[in-house]
Design a binder for this molecule. Structure first.
Ligand code: C2E
Ligand code: CA
Ligand code: CA
Length: 611
């Protein structure tokens, strides 16, 4: 084999023949055509040549000593690197050439000796071109495959990314939806979700005649006291504890929701009869009567529960809840920590109250209110010591309306403030007018009832000062009556205001004493000048001939605390005698006089009655 410079751009042909003549002839033909030609005399040399450089084409003589052409071909085919190099067999005409065998061993063509110049070139050229084409196809295929692979990979990547994004969005959306439907503090469903569940239940009851459900509306009793005295964090902690305990009272299929503030809603599903709803309410009340052990405090908190029987005749789920709410208010009115079942008559009452609210607004604009005055008698002198101002509403069509009928609505709607200030103003004005008359005792007082709402107004004290300045009334002759229950619910704020009133020498009277919840220790805190013993106790004096009920004790309490005692609702001479014997300071009641119209008061004073 000769080593000459190999041209890398030329096709390389390896000729294997044991006859040097043949090699020379073929080599010169092909070299002239521009091929790189290498020569090998036997397998050994051919093998070495291939290891140096892989040829593009092999011309292989069949008849060779030691290793013949078939065998050489087989060996090339067996080696991976040479397997696809085309092999053209060379055979002499007189050889016993087996074409079938040649092809079987992997040959692609054959040429015969003596060589036909043209034939050799054509066959060589064909095979080289074929191989080039095949190689090109292979590379193209490989490239294509690579590209497809790359694309597939990119696509998969993009798809994965997309899926991750979709998942993240879905999660976010679910979270937002969840947040919109749940209460952040307790994690319970909120009002929106509760109404949706109610709607579902309502629709189901319209379709299935034997499907029944109930709605419970719960409101914590005096929750504000906890919030105001222990702070909002404790309030929040308590709300969470309440929601846990409520949840524990319920079957898993019931819906417990926080409707806002200290209000909860419960939807009881698939009930057999209303008693089941009542059992649940009773169980809740029983469970809530146990203390709540919070991180720093132990507190009691009960609820008032309104129950509304799910009725398919409701048009909207909101109405179901509204009526449960109304029943809850009734439970509160009846003394709290209890349940009440809604009945349609309540709805009528609520509607009436709404009507009254509208009427009241108009009444304030048109000044339809009147003040009546009831005398208060000093039991020491038997003479008039003052008057209590009692408001009435002169309704254009319904006549004179008692404060008992409109004050609760006025308080609930905040309209009470306008009414209260007006009464205060006109009572003070009247006092000035009466005092200018010589028949009027110089120390005559005027008593005015005030609702807690007015007390808690931020500018209450300024309003009082304004009225005193406008009417030029002596503050010492003004007595303000506040009911006991009002004071108990807002004791901190109220006390601050009471002290300010005291500083102005205004007198303070605890009204309806005995009907609230005050413990005696509370009485010390507030600067009251007098206790007004509620008429219900005065009434019961006669039933208890020997001990006169609680009245003696109440008068005793007043005396021991340096307060005066006023008995109200005195209707009989007997009651008067008893009160005198108990050294009660003042009395008022029908026995002396009913509340009288303003224009008749002065005549009454002038008549100077004495008991
Ligand atoms: P109150 O402060 O306990 O007023 C006494 C009520 O008892 C008055 O009813 C009076 O007419 C009535 N009364 C007086 N003597 C007797 C008696 O011998 N027997 C009986 N059975 N009752 C007697 P009235 O005027 O209907 O007032 C009811 C309530 O309305 C008052 O109870 C008071 O809480 C409230 N009120 C009246 N006027 C005002 C006001 O201007 N502002 C506020 N916030 N509340 C008022
Ligand atoms: Ca009163
Ligand atoms: Ca009273």
């Amino acid at each position: 084999m000769t080593y000459k410079q190999l041209d890398p751009y030329k096709k390389d042909i390896l000729i294997i023949d044991d006859m040097a003549d043949n090699l020379r002839v073929l080599s010169s033909i092909l070299s002239r055509e521009g091929y790189n030609v290498r020569k090998a005399l036997n397998w050994q040399m051919a093998w070495t040549a291939c290891q140096t450089l892989l040829p593009d084409l092999i011309l292989l003589d069949i008849m060779m000593p030691e290793v013949d052409g078939y065998e050489v071909c087989q060996r090339f085919k067996a080696w991976e690197l040479t397997a696809d190099i085309p092999v053209i067999f060379i055979s002499a005409l007189d050889d016993v050439f087996d074409k079938v065998k040649a092809f079987k061993f992997g040959g692609v063509d054959y040429i015969t000796k003596p060589f036909e110049l043209e034939e050799v070139l054509v066959r060589v050229k064909n095979q080289l071109e074929l191989r080039s084409a095949r190689l090109e196809v292979l590379t193209l295929n490989a490239q294509l495959e690579q590209r497809v692979k790359q694309r597939t990979w990119e696509l998969e990547k993009a798809l994965q990314k997309l899926q991750i994004e979709i998942n993240a969005r879905q999660k976010l959306q679910n979270k937002l939806l969840d947040m919109a439907m749940h209460d952040a503090l307790t994690g319970l469903p909120n009002r929106i979700l509760f109404i949706r569940r109610l709607e579902k239940a309502l629709n189901r009851s319209k379709e299935e005649s034997n499907y029944q459900f109930a709605v419970l509306f719960l409101d914590c009793d005096r929750f504000k006291v906890i919030n105001d005295s222990l702070g909002h964090l404790v309030g929040d902690e308590l709300l969470i504890a309440i929601s846990r305990r409520l949840q524990a009272c319920l079957a898993p299929e019931a819906t417990l929701a926080r409707l806002g503030g200290d209000e909860f809603g419960i939807l009881l599903d698939s009930l057999r009869d209303i008693r089941m709803a009542i059992h649940v309410a009773e169980y809740i009340l029983q469970q809530l009567s146990k203390t709540f052990k919070l991180s720093r405090y132990e507190v009691f908190m009960n609820v008032s529960i309104g129950i509304n029987w799910g009725n398919k005749d409701y048009d909207r789920p909101e109405y179901l809840l509204r009526d449960a709410d109304t029943a809850m208010y009734r439970a509160k009115d009846l003394g709290r920590a209890r349940y009440h079942v809604f009945d349609p008559a309540m709805h009528e009452e609520v509607t009436k109250a709404l009507e009254m609210e509208n009427d009241l607004r108009r009444a304030i604009e048109r000044q339809e209110f009147l003040v009546y005055y009831q005398p208060i008698i000093s039991l020491k002198t038997g003479k008039i010591s003052g008057f209590e101002a009692l408001v009435r509403w002169q309704h254009p069509t319904n006549g004179l309306i008692s404060p008992i009928d409109f004050i609760p609505v006025a308080e609930e709607t905040g309209l009470i403030n306008a009414i209260n200030t007006w009464v205060l103003q006109s009572a003070c004005q009247q006092l000035r007018i009466w005092k200018s008359h010589p028949a009027t005792p110089t120390n005559l007082t005027i008593n005015v009832n005030l609702s807690a709402k007015l007390f808690l107004q931020p500018n209450f004290i300024e309003q009082i000062d304004q009225i005193i300045a406008d009417t030029q009334v002596n503050p010492a002759s003004l007595e303000l009556e506040i009911t006991e229950s009002v004071i108990m619910e807002n004791n901190n704020e109220i006390n601050i205001i009471l002290q300010q009133l005291k500083a102005r020498k205004i007198k303070l009277i605890m009204d309806d004493f005995g009907t609230g919840y005050s413990s005696l220790s509370y009485l010390h805190i507030f600067p009251f000048n007098a206790l007004k013993i509620d008429k219900s106790f005065v009434k019961r004096m006669q039933d208890n001939q020997e001990n006169m009920g609680l009245v003696p004790a109440m008068i005793g309490i007043a005396a021991s605390m340096g307060m005066t005692a006023i008995a109200e609702g005195v209707e009989t001479q007997e009651q008067l005698e008893q009160l005198k014997s108990l050294k009660c300071d003042f009395a008022q009641g029908f026995l002396f006089s009913k509340p009288i119209e303003q224009k008749l008061v002065l005549d009454f004073i002038i008549s100077a009655p004495q008991w």
